[in-house]
Design a binder for this molecule. Structure first.
Ligand SMILES: *Cc1c(COP(=O)(O)O)cnc(C)c1O
Length: 451
C-alpha cells in the first residue's frame, strides 16, 4: 500500500455546533444594539434606513487575517480592495492598519491618492485604464497590473524614453479546478500567453516586471484552488529566475475569500460551511514555502481581500412600513429599504433580526422593499415573528459591495454611520437629498417652464 503523504498538523478553530431541528444553531433573538449603541437611537439620530459600520469589527477582521498569514509566512502585505467599500473613512481604517490600496479604475486611483496613500503603495488593477490613468500611475511610481496585450503595448509606448522604468506586474488567469473559469481578466497561464507577456516585458528594457498577480474568483469556497494558483505563480516566478535571470519581487494572490454570509439556495448557513481565513492562509503559505525558493529569497506575498474583511462589520437598519397577507396566504412585510441600496440581497440570504422584543410565534414570510418593482425582494422566505408598522429591523453582514454598488433609484441613498472603538458614532456619509441628485442636471431653456 502506498504511504500517505505527511501533512503537518495545524490548529483550527471549531466553528460548527449542534444544529437544532430548523437547521440553525441559535434561536431568534432581537438585536437591539450594535456594539452597544442602541438601534433606536441610531435611527432616531441618523434616519431610517441607515447603514452602520463597526470600526472595532473591521480592525478585528483585518488583524485576524494579517495574523493568519504573517504567522505562517515572513513577508505579507494586504492591499485594501477599494471597490468593496471605498468610503474614505473605511479606507483610512485599513490604511491605518498598514494596508496598501488596490484600485480598479482611474476614479478609485485618484481616491486612493486623495486618501494620502503613497503612489508606490497603490496597486492599479483592472481592464479599463485610460492613457491618462496610466500616465498618472507612472508619475506616482505605482504598481501597474497589466490586463491585456493592448495595455502592455500602450505602456511600452508611454515608457519608451523614461529614466525610471515603470513597475508592472501581469494579471494571470488559470485553471484552478473551479468552474466556470475566470478567463476574462489577464493573460492565460496554460496556453503560454502569460509567459509571452513576461518575456515581452523583460525583453523590452523599458518596464520593470516586479510581480505576478491573480484574482481567481470571489466568494471562493475551495481553499485548494488557492494552492493551485500559488503553485502556478511560483512556477512562473522561478522560471523567470532560471530562464531570464530575472527576479520577481512579489506574488499577489488577489482576493476572493468568502464572508460568512449564506448564499441563496445554500442548505446550511455560511457560518458553518465557508473555509476560514486560516484555511486559506495555510494552503497558500504552504504552497509557497514548499516550492523551493531559498529562505532569504521568498517573494513578498500580497493579498487583496475585500468582502471577508468587512462584510460582517456592516449593518443596515430599517423600519417596517406595513405588513400584509398575500393572496396565497403567505405573510409579507414591507420595509423602507430596497434592493437598490442592498444589492447583495440578489446573492445572499441576509439574516434579518427584529430590533425589539416580539411574541414567540414566528411564521415564514417574504420581505419586500419600498420600490414599485417586482424584483424588490429582500428575502423570499424567512422565519420571523409578526412585524408591525414602525417596528425596526437589522440586516446583518452588509459591509461589502453595498455602499459602492448601491444606486439612487426611486429612493435616495441613506446615511452611513461609523461606530468607533470608544462607541462614539460618526456620520461618514450624509444621506442624499433632492438637491444632491438635481445638482448635475441641466434643463434646456425651451423646457424650463417655471423660470
Ligand atoms: C474585487 C477584487 C478584489 C476583492 O475581492 P473579494 O472577493 O471581495 O475579496 C481583489 N482583487 C481584485 C483584482 C478585485 O477585482
Amino acid at each position: 500500500m502506498e504511504k500517505l503523504p505527511y501533512e503537518k498538523p495545524y490548529i483550527k478553530k471549531l466553528q460548527a455546533g449542534a444544529l437544532n431541528k430548523f437547521g440553525s444553531r441559535t434561536g431568534l433573538q432581537p438585536v437591539k444594539s450594535i456594539d452597544g449603541v442602541s438601534v433606536k437611537s441610531l435611527i432616531e439620530n441618523y434616519g431610517s434606513p441607515v447603514f452602520v459600520l463597526s470600526e472595532k469589527q473591521i480592525r478585528k477582521n483585518y488583524r485576524a487575517a494579517y495574523r493568519a498569514f504573517s504567522t505562517r509566512y515572513p513577508k505579507v502585505q494586504f492591499a485594501w480592495s477599494y471597490k468593496t467599500n471605498y468610503l474614505n473613512a473605511v479606507c483610512q481604517i485599513f490604511h491605518q492598519e498598514g494596508s496598501w490600496a488596490e484600485v480598479v479604475s482611474g476614479f478609485e486611483y485618484r481616491k486612493a491618492l486623495g486618501n494620502g496613500v503613497p503612489g508606490n503603495k497603490i496597486i492599479f488593477n483592472g481592464p479599463g485604464k485610460s492613457i491618462n490613468d496610466l500616465q498618472l500611475a507612472i508619475e506616482h511610481n505605482s504598481l501597474i497590473h497589466i490586463d491585456h496585450f493592448d495595455e502592455l503595448n500602450l505602456l511600452l509606448t508611454l515608457s519608451k524614453n523614461l529614466v525610471n522604468k515603470p513597475r508592472v506586474a501581469i494579471r494571470i488567469n488559470m485553471d484552478t479546478g473551479v468552474y466556470p473559469l475566470w478567463d476574462r481578466f489577464g493573460f492565460n497561464y496554460e496556453n503560454g500567453e502569460a509567459w509571452s507577456a513576461v518575456t515581452k516585458i523583460t525583453g523590452s528594457g523599458s518596464l520593470q516586471l516586479v510581480g505576478l498577480h491573480c484574482h481567481i474568483g470571489t466568494y471562493m469556497l475551495s481553499a485548494d484552488a488557492y494552492g493551485i494558483a500559488a503553485n502556478k505563480l511560483a512556477e512562473l516566478a522561478v522560471r523567470c529566475q532560471t530562464e531570464l535571470n530575472h527576479k520577481i519581487e512579489y506574488l499577489d494572490l488577489g482576493g476572493g475569500f468568502p464572508s460568512t454570509n449564506t448564499l441563496k439556495g445554500a442548505y446550511l448557513p455560511g457560518n458553518d460551511t465557508v473555509p476560514t481565513i486560516d484555511d486559506f492562509a495555510e494552503v497558500i503559505t504552504s504552497a509557497l514555502l514548499n516550492f523551493g525558493f531559498a529562505n532569504d529569497d521568498l517573494p513578498l506575498l500580497i493579498l487583496e481581500s475585500g468582502r471577508v474583511l468587512i462584510d460582517d462589520a456592516g449593518y443596515l437598519l430599517g423600519t417596517v412600513i406595513a405588513n400584509k397577507r398575500l393572496a396565497n396566504g403567505k405573510g409579507a412585510a414591507i420595509v423602507d429599504f430596497g434592493v437598490n441600496i442592498l444589492f447583495t440581497s440578489f446573492w445572499y440570504e441576509h439574516q434579518v433580526s427584529p430590533a425589539q422584543d416580539f411574541a414567540a410565534h414566528t411564521e415564514n414570510m417574504v420581505i419586500y422593499g419600498p420600490l414599485c418593482m417586482n424584483i424588490d425582494v429582500i428575502r423570499e422566505s424567512i422565519n420571523l415573528p409578526l412585524l408591525n408598522p414602525g417596528d425596526q429591523v437589522v440586516v446583518h453582514k452588509v459591509g461589502a459591495y453595498n455602499m459602492t454598488q448601491w444606486m439612487q433609484f426611486i429612493t435616495l441613498r441613506p446615511a452611513v454611520v461609523l461606530i468607533d472603538e470608544k462607541l462614539r458614532t460618526h456620520l461618514i456619509r450624509k444621506n442624499e437629498t433632492l438637491e444632491y441628485t438635481a445638482e448635475p442636471e441641466l434643463v434646456p431653456a425651451h423646457l424650463n417652464n417655471n423660470k
